[in-house]
Design a protein. Sequence first.
Length: 125
Amino acid sequence: MSLRTDRVRITGSFKRKEGVSKEDFDNFWLNEHPKLFNSLDVVKKNILKYEQAHANEVVSKTLVDSGLNVAPFDAMAVFEASTFEALMEVFKSDEYRKTVGAESIKYFERGGQMFAANFATITDN
């Protein structure tokens, strides 16, 4: 088994901004953020895959009740590109910062966590 050499990922985890309802947050994250993000030329040029995850509060509570630690985030995104340079071109671009970044800070707390990784798919049924 080996790590993939044709793609890399950055995963981001984010918290909902205080004062933003879960409904407003989920609507922005699922419906508005993808439109903004996918509209950018730098994204069209560089991003191969963009996936979202939305925290499930019921299951998270069950995990905590079972004695497991649960990450304190409301949302997660996985961004794939052919290289880390391609990913960084997106996130460092003025186009991204002025549109997606500026709109996102209305809904997200600052200080989300990013994780850059080479990866291997172990099981994919």
